[in-house]
Design a protein around this ligand. Sequence first.
Ligand code: PLP
Length: 226
Amino acid sequence: MSIQNQLANVKKNIPEHVTLVAVSKTKPDEELMQAYDAGQRILGENKVQELVGKYERLPKDIVWHMIGHLQSNKVKFIAPFVSLIHAVDSPKLLKEINKEAKKNNRVIDCLVQLHIADESTKFGFSPEEVEEFLKSDQVKSFENIRIVGLMGMATFTNDTDQIRSEFGVLKQTFDSLKNDLLKDQAEFSTLSMGMSGDYQIAIEAGSTMVRVGSTIFGARNYNNLG
Ligand SMILES: *Cc1c(COP(=O)(O)O)cnc(C)c1O
């Protein structure tokens, strides 16, 4: 099936209040342009070099999201144009984003990554740590970033009960921050959870932003990458 049809199918499954990020990592420019021509403007990438190349070559009205783990020393390459950084997983990274945003006279929107999955290698804060982090004076002092929500990934499993419960923890953490610590910050409104395999469960659990790659663009072939 064509990218255009796949995209239309995914959109049919997504209610209006949920934002679709089409995850185009590893895919060639022509395929991104097929999604673009079908009206998709928000694209997600997880490698800095690839993101910068695509930004430079493709239409300037594309809204680029950095969805993957981001190293502090690479923030400077995307700070001039990135629209949302999904995976802030350390105080050091946030500090660097603030610094580079300032250099570019920008305010960069960020999501804080929570690790909710049972894989111990996943990046991000625990639900307990995230509140401490957001309360800290340093984070509150950053003027060139906006924390607009949370992001998380469920365990890669067929156990839908487990996925549902992990998304539930993320939603609960989001709601409790929104209703308490961040209740005066209306911009704290995005809950980025759900990928190709689990976005419908994520939406039922309260997701406001889904990151869908292979269901739109087809399976990725990492062997083609240098
Ligand atoms: C690759 C990736 C996705 C999309 O994965 P699919 O299963 O292809 O939909 C979503 N989120 C992140 C963080 C990713 O790295």
